[in-house]
Design a binder for this molecule. Structure first.
Ligand code: GDP
Ligand code: MG
Length: 216
C-alpha cells in the first residue's frame, strides 16, 4: 500500500492532537492530555478513481509544541509528504508563531512537501482573537498558501475536508494513474509499470469515500 507521512506543526495547545483525534477516531476531548515528544496515528483512506480505488496509508505525526521539544522538530519533518501548520484563532501569539514553524519545515523537509495552514477552534466564536482574513493577509507572502482552512475539532467542521484536500495534493505531486489499466504508479515514470502504456496527462480526480484507522 502507498504510504505517506504527514506532520502536524504548531505551538502547544493550538489543537494538534485534537485535530488528529477527530480525523482518525472521530472523537473530541475537552481535557486532551498534552503530547510528550511525539505521537503517531495511522489512518487508511480509500479514494475512488475512474478505474480503480486507491488505498493510502497516512502516518500522522503529532508533535509536542512545547519549547523544550522544538529542537527535535526538524528531524520529524524528514520524509514528510505534507505538513499541517496550525494556529489557534483564540490566541494571537500562535499566528505570529507560524513563520517559525514554516521556516523549519522549509529548511528540513522535501522541497515539494505539501503545506497547509489550518485555523483551529472556530467553534469558540466569543473568544476569537484572529480572523481568518487577518491570517490570510499575513500568509499572502507564501506563494503556496492559496487559502487557510478553518476547522473545529470539537464540532468536526472541515477536519476531514482538510486532510482530503492535502491528500489530493500529495497524489497530484507523487502519482500517475494509468488510463489503460487504472493502476497507480510513481509520477516520475513515463510508462505505466503494470501495463506499459505511455503516460498521457494529469491524474484523473479521486473521490474520497471511506476510511479506517488504528494506532501504530
Ligand atoms: N472548543 C475547542 N477546543 C479545542 C479544539 N481543539 C482543541 N481544543 C482544546 O484545546 C486544548 C489543547 O488541545 P490539544 O489538541 O491538546 O493541543 P496540542 O497541544 O496542539 O496537541 C484541549 O483542551 C482541547 O480540548 C476545538 O476545535 N474547539
Ligand atoms: Mg498534543
Amino acid at each position: 500500500m502507498l504510504k505517506y507521512k504527514i506532520v502536524i506543526a504548531g505551538a502547544k495547545d493550538v489543537g494538534k492532537s485534537s485535530l488528529i483525534a477527530r480525523f482518525c477516531d472521530n472523537i473530541f476531548k475537552e481535557d486532551m492530555k498534552a503530547t510528550i515528544g511525539v505521537d503517531f496515528k495511522r489512518k487508511v483512506i480509500i479514494l475512488k478513481g475512474a478505474h480503480k480505488d486507491i488505498s493510502l496509508e497516512l502516518n500522522i505525526w503529532d508533535f509536542a509544541g512545547e519549547e523544550k521539544y522544538r529542537t527535535l522538530f526538524p528531524s520529524y519533518t524528514h520524509g514528510a509528504s505534507a505538513a499541517f501548520i496550525l494556529f489557534d484563532t483564540t490566541n494571537k501569539d500562535t499566528l505570529n508563531d507560524l513563520d517559525n514553524w514554516i521556516e523549519i519545515i522549509d529548511e528540513n523537509a522535501f522541497p515539494n512537501i505539501v503545506k497547509q495552514i489550518i485555523a483551529t477552534k472556530i467553534d469558540l466564536k466569543d473568544e476569537i482573537q484572529v480572523s481568518v482574513k487577518e491570517a490570510e493577509d499575513l500568509c499572502k507572502k507564501y506563494d503556496w498558501c492559496e487559502s487557510i482552512t478553518s476547522t473545529s475539532s470539537k464540532t468536526g467542521e472541515n477536519v476531514e475536508e482538510a486532510f482530503i484536500e492535502v491528500v489530493k495534493k500529495i497524489i497530484k505531486i507523487n502519482l500517475n494513474i494509468c488510463e489503460s489499466c487504472g493502476e497507480v504508479f510513481n509520477k516520475k515514470l513515463r510508462n505505466c509499470q503494470y501495463c506499459g502504456a505511455k503516460v498521457k496527462e494529469e491524474i484523473s480526480p479521486f473521490k474520497y469515500y471511506k476510511s479506517s484507522s488504528s494506532r501504530l
